[in-house]
Write a protein that binds this ligand. Structure first.
Ligand code: KG4
Ligand code: ZN
Length: 342
């Protein structure tokens, strides 16, 4: 007899969040525990990999225990153990992978290795239970900026990506330059509320180019140049104006490229994923553009945009039903490319 309700315990430790979740049938979140290390890394102005790994080790047992408890599950209720095995910080990934392997072995349960970005995409399946492939997805995180065609669950075709910095990386670097610190994205968003998005004209890289590649390093340099020039002229800098104008440039490029791609590839379903998709200005602009073009639009709820394990549990379910399991040789792959099959 086949079991109807597949419960997966998922673990995520690729960066600075130690997270565990229990997800049923890929769509229903029974628990979603996230232990953030932000307070620790803020002191250093960014994530310190060595510290991240140590904190994961300290927290992971407790976080997994809480995920089971909050889901009102025992280990007997769990059908498989899933874990992010890449990309990410190698030492951080290794903690989750070792834990998942030990649990799968000790409990004699199937092991599922999940690509971190597949997880971000799958967050849409949780927030919008009716949402199904195929669709076009803009993936914007701290390490990735991709436009991808999601052909089926776990089957992606990359149509464009960043040539240099990721969108989130640009937010983080600009935040540092204007003295807002870490984590940059939410702080730039907040500062932008006090500023005028039209105050300073920063470039919109790649917006008029053919193809779907992005480039954010030049935009970051334009912000740095502006700050230097103002300083040399002895003029005061409005943090709000810089934040709002920079954010506006990023939002315009991301939205325009996504709409161009949807048109060219004939998609009427567009989604967004990754930490930067938590940005309110980007969410508003994408909603507006999709409405104008009559595209259906999906974006995960805020807590599922940034790193979490529920999204890993969702992606893992679709691997589970395909029988795509890992064995105990599963290793952490810091540069695991998107689109590859594990
Ligand atoms: O997906 P994520 O949590 O981790 C990675 O996989 O990288 O993304 C983190 C990135 C960081 O660069 C962070 O500054 C950015 O997402 N981010 C935001 C916002 N919230 C997080 N960027 C802009 N606006 C936000 N509200
Ligand atoms: Zn992420």
């Amino acid at each position: 007899m086949t079991k109807n309700n597949i419960k997966i315990l998922a673990i995520e430790s690729s960066c600075d969040e130690t997270a565990a979740a229990v997800v049923e049938n890929g769509r229903k979140v029974l628990s979603n525990v996230i232990s953030s290390q932000i307070a620790i890394h803020t002191v250093y102005g960014g994530v310190v990999p060595e510290i991240a790994s140590r904190k994961h080790l300290e927290n992971i047992d407790e976080v997994i225990g809480q995920a089971l408890e909050q889901a009102h599950c025992t280990w007997d209720d769990i059908d498989a153990i899933a874990v992010t095995y890449g990309p990410g910080l190698v030492g951080a990934l290794l903690v989750g992978v070792a834990q998942a392997k030990a649990l799968a072995y000790a409990l004699n349960k199937p092991l599922i290795g999940v690509h971190h970005i597949e997880g971000h995409i799958a967050a849409n399946y949780i927030s919008n239970p009716e949402w199904e492939p195929p669709f076009l997805c803009l993936i914007v995180s701290g390490g990735h900026t991709h436009l991808a065609v999601i052909k089926d669950y776990g089957e992606n075709w990359i149509v464009g990506h960043t040539r240099d910095d990721a969108a989130g990386e640009a937010f983080d670097k600009v935040a540092r330059a204007i003295g807002l610190g870490y984590p940059g994205g939410p702080k730039v968003q907040k500062a932008a509320l006090e500023g005028d998005p039209a105050a300073i004209h920063f470039p919109r890289p790649c917006i008029d180019e053919e193809g779907y590649d992005f480039s954010f390093s030049g935009l970051k340099s334009a912000v740095l140049n502006y700050l230097n020039q103002q300083e040399m002229k002895g003029e005061t800098i409005s943090r709000g104006d810089v934040a709002a104008s920079f954010q506006q440039a990023v939002v315009e490029v991301l939205t325009a490229k996504t709409m161009q791609a949807a048109k060219e590839f004939g998609f009427d379903k567009v989604a967004m994923a990754g930490g930067v998709s938590a940005n309110q200005a980007l969410r508003d602009a994408m909603i507006k553009a999709c409405e104008k073009n009559q595209y259906e639009f999906s974006v995960p709820e805020l807590i599922l945009c940034t790193d979490n394990a529920a999204m890993i549990g969702s992606a893992a379910y679709y691997q589970y039903i395909k029988g795509n399991f890992a064995d105990l040789s599963l290793n952490a792959l810091p540069n695991l490319p998107l689109g590859s099959k594990n």
